[in-house]
Design a binder for this molecule. Structure first.
Ligand code: TRP
Ligand code: SF4
Length: 406
């Protein structure tokens, strides 16, 4: 398939701050996307427990349970630890080291300008968020991403600015630490090592990109460098920088990966969120799910069964848009507008569909829940594998900075 060719060997990283049980909003908004991506990319999915601390440092009693329940839910929906690396941020302490080193070159203004910084401070009044950790939150996120040299980061609209910041940090890092005094000479030596035909393609691509901005040429040149079997990591970084006219590219710039997903509102029609108390948790008992959907508000114009309504003014319709086929959607549209159906009747197929969707998730969830040793080893092995990659990056980073004392 074309889409697979395009993504072969590409790496994805995404994280979620630990918040405990996942709900249907997470499932439709994030997890279903991850389920697809894990087959197309090399995926790293992690629990951002340090991120949770930046705002919830005052009560850490639930930290472990939240991490645990989140991982169990990921496994329950089908995130597969055999193909994706599932890990926990605090089990890969290299993230803290990279965060520290990046902080040396991060202008304060870049962090103060991140919109979520002031917004959240305004919103979350009950806590003092004038902390160093909270200001540094987006930089910690940059460290998470840059550590794995992620090509793409699947995120929601609100997180795109964080990926943009990450790109700026990478550029600055490469600029500050990727400039060797003899860069040009070393790059030329590296080109010679490419050998014959590859060397000609590389040089030709570089000229065409730098003189005409030919991005197809740039990609061809990058492919030569990335696919070359016998050049060193440092030479690869030199060649990738030289083709673009910069220094060594030690940390790669990631792209945000925005996926259009249908929006599933909460039970009250607002965004589904634990803080609004309007969620359907993935592991909710089926009769509680049914009861809560039955209590959902509908179009306020339908006071009596005989009053016609407008699905556009009703959150139940948003559920039908996700769970119902064309025919049933038409049944809702006509029945609601003509008062041909009642709201109780209208909700039943939604209840059935949600319960049917949750059933296999709950069965798998119960299996993992009753096998904590297995979950523990998935977390530990995933974190070890992530750590292998993190150690490699930190070696390069320390070398580039000059922290590789003998
Ligand atoms: N900030 C993200 C959120 O609140 C979580 C996160 C932390 C993250 N590090 C990341 C997401 C790295 C993507 C990549 O949801
Ligand atoms: Fe909402 Fe359905 Fe009732 Fe119309 S009939 S108001 S769409 S629940």
């Amino acid at each position: 398939m074309a889409s697979e060719n395009k993504t072969v060997g590409k790496r994805i990283l995404s994280g979620m701050r630990s918040s405990g049980y996942m709900h249907l909003g997470h499932y439709h908004g994030v997890l279903k996307n991850w389920l697809r991506l894990q087959h197309e990319y090399e995926c790293y999915f992690f629990v951002a427990d340090w991120h949770a601390l930046t705002t919830h440092y005052d009560d850490t009693s639930k930290l472990e349970d939240q991490m645990w329940n989140m991982v169990v839910d990921w496994l329950a929906v089908g995130i597969n630890p055999k193909i994706a690396r599932i890990f926990v941020q605090s089990k890969v302490p290299e993230h803290a080291e990279l965060f520290l080193l990046l902080s040396m070159i991060t202008p304060l203004g870049w962090l103060e300008r991140v919109p979520t910084y002031k917004e959240q401070q305004r919103k979350i009044k009950e806590k003092d968020l004038a902390t160093y950790g909270f200001l540094g939150y987006p930089l910690l996120q940059s460290a998470d991403i840059l550590m794995y040299k992620a090509d793409a980061v699947p995120v929601g609209e609100d997180q795109v600015v964080h990926v943009e910041l990450t790109r700026e940090i990478a550029r600055r890092f490469n600029y500050v630490f990727g400039r060797e005094a003899d860069f040009e000479a070393r790059a030329k030596m590296a080109i010679r090592k490419l050998g014959g035909k590859h060397r000609r393609v590389y040089e030709d691509s570089r000229v065409r990109y730098q003189e005409q901005g030919d991005t197809a040429a740039l990609e061809a040149g990058q492919a030569i460098v990335e696919g070359h079997p016998n050049i060193t990591v440092a030479d690869r970084e030199r060649l990738l920088g030289y083709i673009e006219g910069s220094g060594r590219v030690i940390l790669a710039e990631p792209q945000p990966l925005l996926t259009k997903v249908p929006k599933l509102p909460g039970l009250d029609g607002q965004k589904m969120s634990k803080s609004y108390g309007n969620t359907i948790p993935l592991r909710e008992e089926p009769d509680v799910v049914a009861k809560n959907i039955r209590k959902m508000p509908t179009d306020p114009a339908r006071v009596r069964r005989t009053d016609p309504g407008d699905p556009e003014k009703c959150p139940v319709w948003q559920f039908h848009k996700i769970y119902s086929d064309e025919r049933r959607q038409q049944w809702v549209q006509e029945g609601c507008r003509s008062a041909g159906i009642g709201c109780v009747e209208c909700k039943q197929p939604v209840i059935d569909a949600v319960i049917a969707e949750l059933e296999p998730i709950q069965t798998r969830g119960a299996e993992f829940e009753s096998n904590p040793d297995m979950v523990r080893s998935i977390i530990n092995e995933g974190s070890e594998r992530a750590r292998d990659t993190a150690r490699e990056t930190m070696d390069e980073v320390r070398h580039a900075i000059g922290l590789h004392y003998r």
